[in-house]
Design a protein around this ligand. Sequence first.
Ligand code: SF4
Ligand code: ZN
Length: 283
Amino acid sequence: MLNFDDKIVVAVSGGKDSISLLHILVKMEQKYPKASLVAVTVDEGIKGYRDEALKIAAENCEKLNIEHHVTSFKKLYGFTLDSIITRLKQKDNNELTPCAYCGVLRRKALNITARKLEADKIATAHTLDDETQTILLNIFHGDIMRIAREKPVTDEAHPKLVQKVKPFCEIPEKETALYAYVKKIKFQSKPCPYASEALRNDIRIMLNRMEEKHSGIKFTIFKSIEKIRPAIESIAKKEGLSECNECGEPTTERICKTCQMLRQISHSNRYSNKEEKFENTTL
Ligand code: SF4
Ligand code: ZN
């Protein structure tokens, strides 16, 4: 996943997984003088939640003597996630969850920041639990081709896309928590108020029940997919990446997902609240 001379951006949210990942990578990096680490936190703009996480992320970086960069939805897109959700609630036919918007906007924010920092890799703290949930979620949604794309080390698909790696993809969430407790690392334990992706929650509960009864089942699911992924990739239509007509970021479509979402948000604002000033100056 990582080379001896990589500049690695660690995506640090402030939760137990990402804080543990940061501590472990800092420890590993000491053996590789040519490698370097930078922490990046994306502030989505979730009142009463992200503020505390930002503080914890900053404290950990200071303690570890790691450069810490914070980027925000507000700065990049002109909206906080809170304001996006408020706008979308005024729309009747919106089927996407807050996490769907948050995920797309955060991915782009991380990529833009990592690219500006001239990073070789973005390391995220997705655990074995996250990976198996996502695998089943994609199957339940009938989105098999996504399994081919969302792998532990992403392809170098476009010069503007920083490669992403998931060093914790085989580590159960319980172990990242245990690591943080044993090492007395401070992390945010408060859940996000929007963490309500119903199907993912059902899958999480189901997998945890199965794991309790049949130890190792999450690992087996993960490994099975690793084995069949090349076959899925071989039948998946290779979608070439071009650049978004609006923002210039890599995309498979004419307009990238983020710009499509921002258009939708802007549209809902225009029709539902004519008085409010639209502040999207970046895109
Ligand atoms: Fe974003 Fe959903 Fe995570 Fe909250 S739970 S930070 S809305 S992805
Ligand atoms: Zn775009």
